[in-house]
Design a protein around this ligand. Sequence first.
Ligand code: MLT
Length: 266
Amino acid sequence: MPIVTVNDAELNVFDQGQGPPILFVHGFPLNHTMWQAQLDAFAGSHRVIAPDLRGFGASGVSQATLSMERFADDLDALLNALGVDEPITYCGLSMGGYVAWEFIRKYGSRLKALVLCDTRAAADSPEAVDNRRKMAQLVLENGVEPIAKAMTPKLLSQATLDSQPDVGRRLSEMILSTRPETVAAALHAMAERADATEKLGSIGVPTLMVVGSEDILSTVDEMRGMSEAVPGANLVVIDGAGHMSPMEDPQAVNAALASFLESVSR
Ligand code: MLT
């Protein structure tokens, strides 16, 4: 896969297919392979672009401080580097959704449509900020193993953990392969992110929201509230899935995405 240098970062990018571009933005502390089932499904009809954000996956080590804004700047520069000038569908999960708020703020004119999976618009509570800072310290001292152990059961539903051990394994491997410095820097970046709740009402592109019925990190209720705040947005609940709905039930997520993409192409 090509490494594309943007700003001061070397980004590993999956870029395949032809047609209307979809930009897939992964969650924390993961990489673009979390979207494998979507990349496989849509590369035949769309140009699917899925980077590893700076510091993550096979992208280079980031010397710069991480922030949601910096990730959004990288995505804009990446689209320029790849020669994408037509409007894109931005599809982000969780932290990929936090990056979306900054992308919309700075590069909203690039958007044709928006897909937000298992994410939040609200900023962290003071307790959550505190936890993230402690977790960042822990990771720098002890590596990513404690975070992989703590996070995997929170990211997947019990049904997925019981019936799809391969999904749990892939997820743990993804977390374990992430550099501790990146994990810590991203935890600080998420703790510092702005609250996007007030911006929801001004989103002016077709929007699909997707959430696992068992997601305990960005709940159905929270995402329902968000979808009601975005003009014309639709919410699809993926029965039995947790926070990683695109990995846990790719068929259902792909069906929701396909029908949304069809509706925006008309
Ligand atoms: C993610 O999946 O990106 C994370 O759960 C986001 C977070 O920790 O808030």
